[in-house]
Design a protein around this ligand. Structure first.
Ligand SMILES: NC(=O)c1ccc[n+]([C@@H]2O[C@H](COP(=O)([O-])OP(=O)(O)OC[C@H]3O[C@@H](n4cnc5c(N)ncnc54)[C@H](OP(=O)(O)O)[C@@H]3O)[C@@H](O)[C@H]2O)c1
Length: 301
């Protein structure tokens, strides 16, 4: 999702884009990663690859989430340095911050307390990547830095019924409920937890902006700084999809952290603000969902 958004963002810019998907390069194969960098010698790298998933996938496969994410990040960062890459932008996630850190989340909360157990493996891998970039910058003076996006959504998202993130899961469920004329849709938990969402094309724009900074922060939150409750989000999705039935909550299901929202003052101080409002981003995302469903290539793996 992020890689495609970056290609859209960079399509008209004055740079040659080199991409590598899994068929071309298995990022967990460190030797192949070194060869790739030695052969192509890119000037700059935005590292948008990771094993990514929602809460169920993260909680069920911690071995894969830790080992694959550590291996591919470390292999790429080391190979980038060895091949003379001038700028490396690593993508982490706001999951790296402690479970109970003060809200909104500031960058200095990193490593100040225990992580959320359900995504600890993923967070540990992301912290390793962030730290390795920080150490390269400190020890070797290279411009290796990181961005920590909040929850993302947009074209190319994963709509797997169990492994997807909350927003694509809601889009799919409300769309199916509309198609099947269901009288109600029940969402997990009380609906009261507050969450923040960023349109993926906004993220791509922020990443390109950070790559133009002469002295960017070692890591910086990338979000909107605006949160809403899951119930409000469900109503927005229902309106976008055109679902007119009832929305129910199921308080017997876990809610998770009550509030999760980033403090984006550091990002704003670099001169970047988000542009796409949630309602507009949802409308664009639903159009893509319909196009992909119609073409039979909706991502659901
Ligand atoms: N989505 C979010 O809400 C969110 C929020 C915060 C941060 N992020 C971060 O943003 C970045 C991009 O996430 P995304 O949402 O764009 O995820 P995505 O759509 O799943 O993209 C990740 C890409 O990495 C590739 N990949 C994984 N393992 C690989 C391997 N061993 N070799 C080669 N390619 C491999 C995947 O290929 P396959 O499709 O073949 O598996 C996929 O194309 C990640 O670093 C993620 O942690 C995402």
């Amino acid at each position: 999702m992020v890689g495609s958004a970056l290609c859209r963002r960079l399509a008209d810019s004055d740079c040659q884009i080199l991409t590598a998907d899994r068929r071309e390069l298995d990022l967990c194969d460190s030797a192949a990663v070194s060869d790739f960098f030695a052969t192509h010698r890119p000037d700059s790298v935005i590292f948008a690859a990771a094993k990514v998933g929602g809460i169920v996938a993260n909680n069920t496969y911690p071995v894969e989430f830790l080992s694959q994410n550590v291996i591919m990040s470390i292999a790429a960062i080391n190979a980038a340095f060895q091949s003379g890459v001038k700028r490396f932008l690593f993508l982490g996630s706001t999951c790296i911050y402690p479970r109970n850190c003060p809200q909104p989340i500031r960058e200095e909360s990193l490593l100040t307390g225990p992580l959320e157990p359900t995504n600890e493996a993923y967070a540990l891998a992301k912290i390793s990547g962030l730290k390795l970039c920080e150490y390269y910058r400190r020890q070797h003076g290279v411009m290796f830095h990181s961005a920590m996006p909040t929850n993302l959504y947009g074209p190319g998202d994963n709509y797997h019924p169990e492994h997807s993130h909350v927003l694509p899961a809601l889009i799919r469920r409300f769309h199916e409920a509309k198609m099947e004329s269901l009288p109600s849709v029940t969402i997990w938990g009380t609906g009261s937890p507050r969450r923040e969402f960023l349109f993926v094309d906004d993220l791509a724009d922020a990443l390109v902006h950070l790559c133009t900074q002469a002295d960017p922060p070692s890591w910086v939150n990338v979000g909107t700084g605006i949160d809403q409750t899951i119930l409000e989000l469900a109503h927005m999705v229902a309106r976008t999809v055109g679902y007119e039935g009832e929305i129910l909550t199921d308080a017997s299901r876990p809610d998770g952290t009550p509030v999760k929202c980033t403090d984006v003052s550091l990002l704003h101080s670099t001169g970047w603000n988000h542009k796409v409002a949630l309602a507009d981003g949802l409308a664009k995302t639903y159009q893509c969902f319909l196009t992909e469903t119609g073409a039979g290539n909706l991502r659901s793996v």
